[in-house]
Design a protein around this ligand. Structure first.
Ligand code: ADP
Length: 165
């Protein structure tokens, strides 16, 4: 029987509770799910791809069917290497839609056999993004509600936030 492999690609700079929720719910849909961390050098990430992979591995170690890997280059080429045909993406507020729609159609154009599947965010995480949480951490705010504990620790250390209320 063919193994159904789903790929959840993203920059994950760093992984948030919103991403984690998509991973948690998404892994139930596949035999194996790969969280594929894009190098995304153009986005000038705060964390190196090695650090991002490590943080996701720590946060997802309880799931037996999840792999975490990095990739560079075209997602479609990576999908071929993995013999996977489903891309999983999360959708938050309406502003995600245009970009995701464009990307899904582009990927379909590159390979019509690859489907993009979208999962709606949990309402609690609808406005959560890596970009905002980095801003909160940079300004000394408490990020513990937005990220897994291992990531909160890392952000606290990085931005030298001394203490939280
Ligand atoms: P990108 O891949 O565009 O660089 P991210 O790494 O932030 O962006 O996100 C990867 C995927 O996770 C995207 O599909 C994004 O829409 C989704 N995502 C990000 N944050 C959330 C959230 N809070 N709830 C649901 N999905 C999310």
């Amino acid at each position: 029987m063919t193994k159904h492999i789903g790929i959840y690609p993203g920059t994950f700079d760093p992984i948030t509770s919103g991403h984690l929720d998509i991973i948690e719910r998404g892994q139930k849909l596949f035999d194996e799910m790969v969280v594929a961390v894009a190098e995304s050098e153009k986005k000038n990430p705060l964390f190196s791809v090695i650090e991002r992979v490590k943080m996701i591995k720590e946060a997802t170690k309880k799931y037996k069917n999840i792999k975490v890997e990095s990739f560079s280059g075209l997602l479609i080429d990576y999908m071929h290497r993995k013999k996977a045909n489903v891309i999983l993406r999360g959708l938050r507020v309406i502003s995600d839609f245009e970009y995701e729609f464009q990307m899904a159609l582009t990927n379909r154009n590159l390979d019509p056999n690859i489907e993009t599947v979208f999962m709606m965010t949990k309402a609690d995480y609808a406005y959560m993004s890596s970009r905002f949480l980095k801003e909160i951490a940079r300004l000394g705010g408490d990020v513990r509600g937005f990220v897994p504990p291992n990531v909160a620790k890392k952000l606290i250390k990085l931005f030298k936030v001394k203490s939280f209320k």
